[in-house]
Design a protein around this ligand. Structure first.
Ligand code: DX5
Ligand code: ZN
Length: 231
C-alpha cells in the first residue's frame, strides 16, 4: 500500500482557535497541515501568511506544514515561509515569471518544492523541471475557496500524473486538493493520488467543544484508503 497521507486544510478550521484545531486534527491522525495562502490578486480571496505559520510552529506543531501558495508574485514570499517553518512550498506555475528559479529558491531555502495545477493547467509545465519537484498538486476545484465540489476530470489527470511520476523514477508526492471527502477518497487514491487535502470534509465535522471530533472522519478516510488495493 502506498504511503497515503492526509493533509487537512486549515482554511476550513476555526481561525479563532487555530492552534487547538491543528492539535486536534493531528491527534486524530492527520499527517500534515495544509496551509492555504491567498492574496486577493492571484485568487479572489485573502487568507494567512508566514506569521501564522510561525505561530503554529511556536505553538508546538511538529508535523509537516504544506504551504500552498496562491499568490503572485511568488518568489518574494518563499524565504519568509521557509524561515517560518514551512516543510513543503508549492506554487502555481502561471503565477511565477520564472518557474525553474522559484523551484530552486524553495529547495535552496531548505524546503520541498512543488507545482500546483489548476483544472485547466496542462501537466506539460512539468516537462523540463520534473527533477526539481518533490510534490505535484492537482487542483480538483478552482482555487480560492473551500467547500466546492470535486471536478471529476481531475481523476484522468491524476492517472496521467501518476504515470509521469512512475516513469520518471523520482520520489514525488501526488497531492489532490478540492472537494475530497470520505465518499470519494478511495476512487481518488485508485487514480494515483497519495496525498489528500481535505478542508470542509474534515473541519466541517462534529461539535465545537469535542476535542475528539476529527477522530471518526480521519479513521473513515483511512478505512477507505485501506480498501484501495484490497481485492
Ligand atoms: C482551495 C484550497 C483548498 C481548500 C480545499 O483553493 O486550495 O485547499 O481548502 O477545501 P475543500 O476540501 O473544502 O474543498
Ligand atoms: Zn490548498
Amino acid at each position: 500500500m502506498p504511503d497515503y497521507q492526509i493533509a487537512p486544510s486549515i482554511l476550513s478550521a476555526d481561525f479563532a482557535r487555530l492552534g487547538e484545531e491543528v492539535d486536534n486534527v493531528l491527534a486524530a491522525g492527520a499527517d500534515m497541515v495544509h496551509f492555504d495562502v491567498m492574496d486577493n490578486h492571484y485568487v479572489p480571496n485573502l487568507t494567512i501568511g508566514p506569521l501564522v505559520c510561525e505561530a503554529l510552529r511556536k505553538h508546538g506543531v511538529e508535523a509537516p506544514i504544506d504551504v500552498h501558495l496562491m499568490v503572485r508574485p511568488v518568489d518574494r514570499i518563499i524565504p519568509d515561509f521557509a524561515a517560518a517553518g514551512a516543510s513543503y512550498i508549492t506554487f502555481h506555475p502561471e503565477a511565477s515569471e520564472h518557474v525553474d528559479r522559484s523551484l530552486g529558491l524553495i529547495r535552496d531555502s531548505g524546503c520541498r518544492a512543488g507545482l500546483v495545477f489548476n483544472p485547466a493547467t496542462p501537466l506539460s509545465w512539468l516537462e523540463h523541471v520534473l527533477d526539481k519537484v518533490d510534490m505535484i498538486l492537482l487542483m480538483s476545484v478552482n482555487p480560492g475557496f473551500g467547500g466546492q465540489s470535486f471536478i471529476p476530470a481531475a481523476l484522468d489527470k491524476l492517472r496521467r500524473a501518476r504515470q509521469l511520476i512512475d516513469q520518471s523514477g523520482y520520489d514525488i508526492r501526488l497531492e489532490i486538493d478540492g472537494g475530497v471527502k470520505v465518499d470519494n477518497i478511495r476512487k481518488i487514491a485508485a487514480a494515483g493520488a497519495d496525498t489528500f487535502v481535505s478542508g470542509s470534509g474534515i473541519f466541517g465535522c462534529g461539535a465545537d467543544d469535542d476535542p475528539h471530533r476529527y477522530d471518526g472522519i480521519i479513521r473513515q478516510m483511512r478505512d477507505e484508503l485501506a480498501r484501495v488495493h484490497a481485492v
